[in-house]
Write a new protein. Structure first.
Length: 154
């Protein structure tokens, strides 16, 4: 399964969207990176320390340059008092939201391209997700949130 299709399917699982928002907003995690790691587990694709580091670097670079600034602008427009009519602001927010989603899709596409084919290996999902959040850095991700993501692929 393609990573983009996998990510869209995972987001529909119970509790996943809320867990992702909390991991992103409260724990500084990159959801595209975590979804990539879940996908590698579901697809039984081996991820060694070097690939994990390369994925972190690619994700951090793209997140800082594209996705995060778009998200910040989109969120600011939601509450920004302005002389601009509300319907104009709403149209602009939707356009920025579409650009933010495209930014995430492009990152997932890049991460998929750097991942080797399936190997048949399947490390423990929760342990692998903990390792991924530690590789990303930031505050420790609560095990309960990681469990929601792990459950989505089992």
């Amino acid at each position: 399964m393609k990573l983009w299709d996998f990510a869209n399917r995972i987001h529909t699982q119970p509790g996943v969207e809320a867990a992702c928002l909390s991991l992103q907003d409260d724990h500084g995690q990159c959801i595209s990176f975590l979804l990539w790691r879940l996908w590698t587990l579901a697809e039984r694709r081996a991820v060694d320390g070097s690939l994990l580091g390369d994925a972190v670097t690619a994700s951090r670079t793209w997140e800082a340059a594209a996705t995060s600034p778009l998200r910040t602008v989109r969120r600011r427009l939601k509450t920004l008092p302005s002389q601009i009519p509300a319907e104009g602001q709403a149209r602009l927010r939707e356009a920025i939201k579409a650009a933010e989603l495209e930014s995430e899709r492009l990152l997932l596409q890049a991460l998929e391209a750097m991942t080797p084919a399936a190997s048949g290996l399947n490390p423990g999902v929760e342990r692998a997700m903990r390792t991924a959040t530690l590789a990303w850095g930031g505050p420790a991700a609560p095990p309960a949130l990681l469990k929601v993501l792990a459950k989505a692929i089992t």
